[in-house]
Write a protein of this length. Structure first.
Length: 386
C-alpha cells in the first residue's frame, strides 16, 4: 500500500501554512471531512466531530483547539472518489493530513518556551569565555604545584554537570509519577535556570572582590602582576555553571524529544545544541551592546580592553537580574504549557534496541576521548610548573 512521504515538521510547515491560506475562505463545521493518515491502510476521511471525540483508528489523533486556522489544510473541499486520489492531493501539496497539521501545531506551541532557553545559552557562552579569563592573573599556586591549570575547573564543571543530572534522575525524577511525569523535563530545565542566577551572582561577588584587591594593592599601575587572590575563588561559579549546564541541556534535549513530534525525536540533541549556538551569538551581540551603552564620558565601560579594566561584576549582576526575569517568564509559560501525553509506543517505533545500544556506545566513546584530551592538557600544565 502506498504511503505518504515522511519528513521533518520543519520542512512541512510552509506547505501546511500555504494550504491553510489557500482554503481560508472555506467554511468548516463538525461535518467537514478531513484527511487522516492510517499508516498501511493509506489515507481515510473522517469528520471533524469524530476527530474531536477521539475515535480509535490506527495513527488517528484527536484535534487540538490551538491554531485552529491550520485545520483547514486537512479539510477535503470536494468529494474524492478514492484513497489514491487523496494520496495524489497530499503528494501534490493540495491537501495535508491531520497528523501533519497537529505536528506543526506542536512545533508552534513549543516556540514560546524554547525562546526562554536562549538565556541559558547566553550564560553558558559568557561563562565559557570570561570565567577562564578571570583567572589569568590570579594566584595559581597549589602547594608544591607552582601553576595550577585553570582548565581543570572546566573539567570540574563538566563532571558537576554529569553529577547534577544523575542526581536529579535518581532522586527527583523517580519521585515524579503518573500525569506529573510529563512535566519532569520542565522542572529539570527550571532548576538549571535557577542555578544560572546564583552562578552569575557569585561570579559578580568574586569579581568585585578581585577588583577591590587590585585597588587596595595599587596593582593597576603595574603592567605584569599577579593578584594576591587564589584562583580557587572561581571554583563555586564553575561548579554552578556545570550543574546548570547538566540540568538545563539534558532537560532541553528531553523536552524536544518528548514534547516534539515523533519525527523530530532524532533531532532533539541537535536542537539543544542549536539553542546553545544561538545563545552564543546573542551573547556576542549583548557584549557589544553593553560596551556601547556603558562606554561614555571617556570611561572604559563595563567591557574594556582588559579584564581588570572592565567592570565584569556589574555585567554579571545585570546578567543575573535578566536571568531572574527570564526564569519568571519561563515559569509562567511552563505552567500554562499544554504538555503532550507520552505514548510508550513512540520510542519503540523510533529506536530499536540495537540503535539505542549503538548510540550509548558512541556517546561513551566521545566522553572517553574528551576526558583523555582534558587529562592530557592538565598533565602538561602540571609538569610545566614543576
Amino acid at each position: 500500500t502506498p504511503r505518504i512521504p515522511s519528513g521533518s515538521p520543519l520542512s512541512r510547515g510552509p506547505r501546511v501554512l500555504t494550504t491553510a491560506l489557500s482554503k481560508r475562505r472555506h467554511q468548516s463545521d463538525d461535518s467537514s471531512l478531513m484527511a487522516c493518515d492510517e499508516g498501511s491502510n493509506g489515507i481515510s476521511e473522517f469528520t471533524r466531530k469524530s476527530l474531536n471525540d477521539g475515535i480509535e483508528t490506527h495513527k488517528t489523533i484527536r484535534l487540538t483547539k490551538s491554531f485552529r486556522f491550520l485545520d483547514k489544510a486537512a479539510i477535503i473541499v470536494e468529494p474524492v472518489p478514492s484513497r489514491q486520489d487523496l494520496m495524489s492531493q497530499v503528494k501534490d501539496g493540495q491537501l495535508c493530513t491531520v497528523q501533519q497539521v497537529e505536528e506543526i501545531k506542536l512545533v508552534l506551541g513549543m516556540i514560546p518556551m524554547s525562546a526562554t532557553f536562549l538565556m541559558y545559552g547566553i550564560v553558558r557562552a559568557v561563562g565559557d569565555t570570561y570565567f577562564i579569563e578571570q583567572g589569568d592573573d590570579m594566584d595559581t599556586k597549589l602547594g608544591v604545584i607552582k601553576i595550577f591549570p585553570i582548565q581543570a575547573f572546566v573539567l570540574m564543571s563538566k563532571v558537576a554537570g554529569r553529577i547534577a543530572s544523575k542526581i536529579y534522575d535518581k532522586i527527583l525524577g523517580k519521585r515524579i509519577h503518573g500525569a506529573k511525569k510529563r512535566v519532569s523535563d520542565a522542572i529539570k530545565i527550571g532548576l538549571g535556570m535557577l542555578l544560572s542566577i546564583f552562578c552569575c551572582q557569585i561570579a559578580s561577588w568574586v569579581e568585585a572582590r578581585k577588583l577591590k584587591v587590585i585597588k587596595e594593592k595599587h596593582l593597576s599601575d603595574s603592567t605584569n602582576y599577579t593578584v594576591p587572590m587564589t584562583v580557587f575563588w572561581l571554583a563555586p561559579q564553575f561548579f554552578l555553571m556545570g550543574a546548570m549546564d547538566g540540568l538545563a541541556r539534558d532537560g532541553i534535549q528531553a523536552f524536544f524529544s518528548h514534547q516534539g513530534p515523533r519525527s523530530m525525536k532524532r533531532c532533539a540533541a541537535a536542537m539543544a545544541d542549536c539553542v546553545t549556538g544561538i545563545g552564543t551569538l546573542l551573547s556576542v551581540a549583548l557584549l557589544f551592546l553593553v560596551r556601547k551603552v556603558t562606554k561614555r564620558d571617556g570611561q572604559a565601560g563595563w567591557i574594556a580592553e582588559s579584564i581588570d579594566a572592565s567592570r565584569l561584576d556589574y555585567f554579571y549582576r545585570a546578567l543575573s537580574i535578566v536571568s531572574l526575569v527570564n526564569f519568571g517568564l519561563y515559569a509562567c509559560i511552563a505552567n500554562k504549557y499544554s504538555y503532550k501525553v507520552s505514548n510508550p509506543d513512540d520510542d519503540e517505533e523510533s529506536f530499536s534496541e540495537w540503535e539505542i545500544l549503538e548510540w550509548l556506545i558512541c556517546k561513551l566513546w566521545e566522553f572517553v576521548q574528551w576526558l583523555i584530551c582534558k587529562l592530557k592538557g592538565i598533565c602538561l600544565y602540571l609538569f610545566r610548573g614543576l
